[in-house]
Design a protein around this ligand. Sequence first.
Ligand code: GLN
Length: 559
Amino acid sequence: MAQPETRFIFITGGVVSSLGKGIAAASIGRLLRSRGFTVQLQKFDPYINVDPGTMSPYQHGEVFVTEDGAETDLDLGHYERFTDANASRASNVTAGGIYNTVIRRERRGDYLGGTVQVVPHITDEIKSRVRVMADSTDVDFVITEIGGTVGDIESLPFLEAIRQFPAEVGRRRCMFIHLTLVPYIGHAGELKTKPTQHSINELRRIGINADMLICRSEQPLSAEIRKKIALFASLPVEAVTSGYDVPDVYSVPLAFHSQGVDAFILDDHFGLEAPAPDLSSWQRYLDRSAAVSSEITVALVGKYVQLEDAYLSVVEALRHSGVHHGTRVRIDWIDSETVGEAGVDARLRGADGILVPGGFGGRGFEGKIASARIAREEQIPFLGVCLGMHVLVSEFARHVAEMPGANSTEMDPETPFPVIDLLPEQKEIADMGGTMRLGADPVKLHEGTWARDAYGEPVVYERHRHRYEVNNHLKRKLQSAGLVFSGTTPDERLVEICELPREEHPFFLASQFHPEFKSRPDRPAPLFREFVGAAHRRAGGQLPKAEVNVTDARHATTP
Ligand code: GLN
């Protein structure tokens, strides 16, 4: 049974999608933490995929990997960055996952011949996924975000389950927060509250009365509008929060706090006493972020560059690192298939740093190799992540270690120099699927390297999501040509980080794991931090871009 003290907050969305429910949930989590409570966040996704692991980044954005190796929705990244509490496998539940569990149980005969139905079997399973968060983590608050929009057919079982939930734990331990949109209609010159009214009514029809509203809008809502919304929602005006647009998502917790969101949740709704919030470290980050005095350009060479969300944690890690160094990081998105075109190569040469993120499949791989070559030859700081390490190793093998045609067998199974390959034991079970290395594993860092100095510790835990590894048979050849394997598994069997020595290059490094998943606003991922630091030095330290002579060859071609 759930800890008797645990409180449950459910966050739903109405009117339209993409209102930023994840940021709102994460911000509330941050505020509760800042008042001394422990918090776990959870996301329910109403689609039928069992997890987002196989969904296209174009459909779904980045796949966020948790410490325990679950492939999850990118909102979990927001949860971790805002609350600094690690999410887990239990933090992301899809309709497909729920149905999968219930159907497997039915096949085993667990229902003893009974008819298996959405209510109660699916809804019971959904409720158990909420309770398990409280049972397994012993937290003060579980915050559950329901994906989708109220009124969607597919959200219904989830909404029905959370409607039933208070009957199990007591209404006073539950709270429903509803996020809506208050659009501004330009030609009428007015903010419109009608969609919010409809959305609240839709929730009521399902049997849920919102305890608090967060109304998204471009500008802060006037007291008058909030009063009007409060009246038809049967809520006190303090329960109507204006979720106005802010330039920096990390300022949302402060915008909520200034409107008394945490006070309303804790004092008015749950009747809990709590110390005043300590948001000082958060505020320090925002102050530093507002005070950045320069801008650098990082060329991000990838396959899904039309959709920023596909690389969300990478973007955030760059941002955290930039703030650490007092600089804004502008990303020049480069489609890896266009590398080699004159204008594109000039952009790469003009960048202060080049980054190749994770990816799957051969499309654009050669363009990524060409980018790494430019970075190596022109002394431009380079960071490779996961597939980016396969790129670095293949490039180095071909052009330095005299292994023409070197490649990953993922791209070219016939390559004469398979510098990146499946492990022998993986090949045997490849047909069974599920061979991916997922989640946090220990990484041993070797003395006297960038990597070791960046982390400042001999062993770290970082998150993985990949199949292919550096081929041990060709390791020595790469090493004798000058590549340094600065991070390995503790048994030294698998390569985790490779780099060029500092004397040879300002920063040329890649990791097999994804450092971006553990980056936090006030604690940037060490490898990103060092990469951005090197890029910042290349850009000339503190000099604001606006003052850079635009005819400076390095920047002349950057749009
Ligand atoms: N496709 C590569 C592999 O499976 C890299 C994966 C990634 O970049 N996440 O090993």
